[in-house]
Design a protein around this ligand. Structure first.
Ligand code: GLV
Ligand code: GLV
Length: 324
């Protein structure tokens, strides 16, 4: 009888239906944790014990003890491009494939980085609050002046898919592109005339800095006190990657002392906790981790996670495995 048993796929949160349908069409037994909060750890452990595959979110931490509780799991398909919530090395030792969702969320996330950049440069939140408060009495030459993008330096930290897509957008605004990366990005250099510089040079020279690095041991607090001190007083700092890449306590000091112009943040160091000090800072635009939050991206992310599961459970290669 065992050989006839349907493979069991556990999904740690409600994701777009198309993905669940794809899994059921593959004749898998699918269970979705459908409460509107991250799954509590005890329930996660209980449900994954006999799972053949798990679709997880960035809110679920797969550390060695959790991975050890997987008795028959072949794949953890992360519903995110970032996979710092999973100990990928440990999973590999246990012969568990980890997949992520690259490409499908690149444009949405790059769009959001630019939205934050424009919001900071043109003081959109301040201006909107002003309007809603009924304070707009007459057109005024110096009302809510911001900064123009054209001819400014746009520096990206990390020149992967999302950083590159953000740079393409910035170029369309007439910005000059600088990048910090381990590797030369031919596309950026040839098509956008981008210049590869050291981290400190990008930080010193850029008018707008956008973080597009994955969170790793190497990038944790990459923007620490010393590096934040290199930013121009007119600089705008954008982060749509992972909060831990920036030392948030130091960033708060920098913002409070107006040592930079503004920061646009979609991610935080202790997510979903947000340092209350940030709420008091006027020159910060704060979003609740919505980089990939478009109908298109979220649907494609779900489908890609499901296709990875279907591939691996039918003995085929994963479509987008995380490569160590
Ligand atoms: C979201 O932050 C993701 O990594 O996809
Ligand atoms: C992430 O997908 C990146 O390459 O920026």
């Amino acid at each position: 009888m065992n050989g006839m048993k349907k493979p069991f796929v556990f999904v740690t949160r409600k994701i777009p239906d198309a993905a669940i349908k794809l899994l059921r069409d593959n004749n898998f037994l699918v269970k979705v944790y459908s409460k509107d909060l991250p799954i509590p750890k005890d329930l996660l452990l209980k449900n994954i014990v006999n799972a053949d595959a798990v679709i997880s979110l960035l809110t679920e931490k797969f550390d060695p003890p959790v991975i050890d509780s997987l008795n028959r799991c072949k794949i953890i398909a992360n519903y995110a491009v970032g996979y710092n919530n999973i100990d990928v090395k440990y999973a590999a030792q246990k012969n568990i494939i980890v997949t992520n969702t690259p490409d499908v969320l690149t444009d949405s996330t790059a769009d959001l980085a630019i939205a934050l950049l424009l919001a900071c440069a043109r003081r959109i939140n301040e201006a909107e609050n002003f309007t809603r408060a009924g304070l707009y009495k007459a057109w005024k030459p110096d009302l809510l002046l911001g900064i123009e993008l054209k001819n400014k330096y746009f520096g990206i930290l990390g020149a992967g898919r999302i950083g590159t897509a953000a740079a393409v957008r910035a170029k369309a605004f007439g910005m000059k592109i600088l990048y910090f990366s381990d590797m030369k990005n031919e596309y950026l250099e040839k098509n956008l005339g981008a210049q590869k510089l050291s981290l400190s040079s990008v930080l010193k020279k850029s008018d707008f800095i956008s973080v597009h690095l994955p969170l790793t041991g190497k990038t944790f607090h990459l923007l620490n006190k010393e590096r934040l001190a290199l930013l121009k007083s007119s600089a705008v700092l954008i982060n749509t990657s992972r909060g831990e890449v920036i030392d948030e306590t130091e960033l708060i000091k920098v913002l409070k002392q107006k040592r930079i112009y503004a920061a646009g943040l979609d991610v935080y160091e202790n997510e979903p906790g947000i340092n209350k000090e940030l709420f008091k800072i006027r020159n910060a635009v704060l979003l609740p981790h919505i980089g990939s939050a478009t109908v298109e991206a979220r649907t494609e992310m779900a489908l890609l996670a499901a296709k990875n599961v279907a591939a691996v459970l039918s003995g085929k290669k994963a479509l987008t495995p995380v490569i160590l």
